[in-house]
Design a protein around this ligand. Structure first.
Ligand code: BES
Ligand code: MN
Ligand code: ZN
Length: 464
């Protein structure tokens, strides 16, 4: 297990740490001029080039490590701080400083910790032993708080459904709550069937009982921030079963829940002055004799009847009942996150999450924080003209749009029918997974959007 506290050394331990020095293409000849003959020969022998993210370790006269050079690329391209952070997995054990590297030091330090993540529940991994001295001006506790949350999100997603069913997801919420003195209530069984009929219908075919997990934290009078996360612990597609390639990664279909729990961990860890509520409909979309069927008509908690056009569009059903509950107390900010549609990935790929909101000011703030935090988001429209795609002849709405057009938008429009009273509402259609290693983003479960969201929430509700 990676111990992030040990990886990010306090500022006081800067003495004796090995300096990392950034070198752009233009600065290379000036630098080599300053080096002694041995180090210059070493550079030449290795053919070091300054492409962004390249690095080379320079030996001192006694054979110890003198310093590390980090390529910064050429021209005026903004250096990627995660590439500086990603150094940690390539460096020998020891303590390093990046004070002299011209990148965003906060993100580089965070990137260092995010790169060092290993999922070691089922297999030992060699842990990163290159430690970073907290750069000048960077708040160590803040970086640790964010990294801890991202680790939690990744661990939850990476854990397969055999060990992360609805019950284990509830345990995970309870354990997070315990650390922050939050309260947890869970609705299941007959209560769930009566009060959250769509959560029950989607989850009833699984031996892992469906449930609604409700966590609250903070002072009752504080502004209300409510997070709703899709907690489909495994998505077979239901009777509209997925082909094997489409099912392979579906342990990550609780990625929305994992992400809102990560965000909750940041908010509680920072002690933001809000009344936080987290709602997670936790189910498995399984196949059995009692599974819900194509053509069934469900009555939602809100009272709207929903014709099932496809049992694989299950996420919006469980979210709708949870959103309806969230909406009742008119939260100041209502956020849902869900691995909701394959169409979102077709539109924007795995790295960029579509964001849907009618609140222009919120959208602008999120866009700004998304850029600052390097947490890519992109707004898509809640296009009114596509509402009719969800029309049903026999119910108030269908759960899918007809012709396979604009799948992420029609899913967002479906959810919006269940939110009428929240002051501000935003929906994230995330992928929750990094398909192959990238700097600071190892392959596997991923946090998406929650760092930008945290920055936004911290700006609106600053810690006292
Ligand atoms: N969990 C999936 C969406 C998904 C699939 C996210 C692949 C990321 C990668 C969701 O429950 C689903 O199956 N959606 C269907 C909706 C369709 C039936 C309208 C989809 O996107 O194919
Ligand atoms: Mn599905
Ligand atoms: Zn799903």
């Amino acid at each position: 297990m990676t111990d992030i506290n040990a990886l990010l050394l306090p500022r006081g331990s800067a003495k004796g740490a090995c300096p990392v020095e950034g070198v752009s293409e233009d600065a290379l000849s000036a630098l080599t001029g300053r080096l002694g003959t041995r180090q210059r020969a070493w550079l030449n022998a290795h053919g070091f080039d300054t492409a962004a993210g390249n690095h080379i370790v320079l030996p001192g006269p006694d054979g110890s490590i003198d310093r590390v050079l980090l390529g910064m690329g050429s021209g005026d391209a903004q250096p990627d701080p995660f590439k500086a952070g990603a150094l940690c997995s390539a460096l020998p054990p020891g303590a390093y400083t990046i004070d002299e590297v011209d990148v965003d030091h906060h993100l580089a330090a965070l990137g260092w910790l995010l790169e060092a993540y290993r999922f070691s529940r089922y297999k030992e991994h060699k842990s990163v032993e290159a430690k970073l001295v907290t750069p000048e001006g960077v708040e160590r506790e803040h970086v640790l708080n964010v990294a801890r949350a991202v680790y939690l999100t990744r661990d939850l997603i990476n854990t397969p459904a055999s060990d992360m069913g609805p019950g284990e997801l509830e345990d995970a919420v309870r354990s997070l709550a315990r650390g922050h003195h939050a309260r947890v209530e869970v609705t299941s069984g007959a209560d769930l069937e009566e009060n959250f009929p769509m959560i029950h219908a989607v989850g009833r075919a699984s031996s892992g009982e469906p449930r609604l997990i409700d966590m609250t934290w903070g002072a009752g009078k504080a502004p209300k921030v409510t997070l709703v996360g899709k907690g489909v612990c495994f998505d077979t597609g239901g009777l509209d079963i997925k082909p094997s390639a489409g099912m392979l990664l579906m342990k990550k279909d609780m990625g929305g829940a994992a992400n809102v729990l990560g965000l909750a961990s940041m908010i509680m860890g920072a002690g933001l002055p809000v009344r936080l509520r987290v709602l997670i409909p936790a189910v498995e979309n399984a196949i059995s004799g009692n599974a819900f069927r194509p053509g069934d008509i469900l009555t939602s908690r809100k009272g709207l009847s929903v014709e099932i056009g496809n049992t694989d569009a299950e996420g919006r059903l469980v979210l709708a009942d949870a959103l309806d509950l969230a909406d009742e107390e008119e939260p100041d900010l209502l956020i849902d996150m869900a691995t909701l549609t394959g169409a979102a990935r077709v539109a924007l790929g795995p790295d960029i999450a579509p964001v849907f909101t009618a609140d222009d000011a919120l959208a602008q703030s999120l866009a700004r924080h998304s850029a600052c935090e390097r947490d890519p988001l992109w707004r898509l429209p809640l296009w009114d003209g596509y509402k009719t795609m969800l029309d049903s002849k026999v119910a108030d709405t269908n759960n899918v749009g007809g012709a396979g057009f604009a799948g992420s938008i029609t899913a967002a429009l479906f959810l919006n029918r269940f939110v009428t009273r929240a002051r501000s509402y935003v929906h994230f259609d995330i992928y929750g997974w990094t398909p192959s290693d990238k700097p600071a983003r190892p392959r596997g479960g991923e946090a998406q959007g929650i760092r930008a969201l945290f920055a936004h929430i911290r700006e609106v509700f600053p810690p006292s």
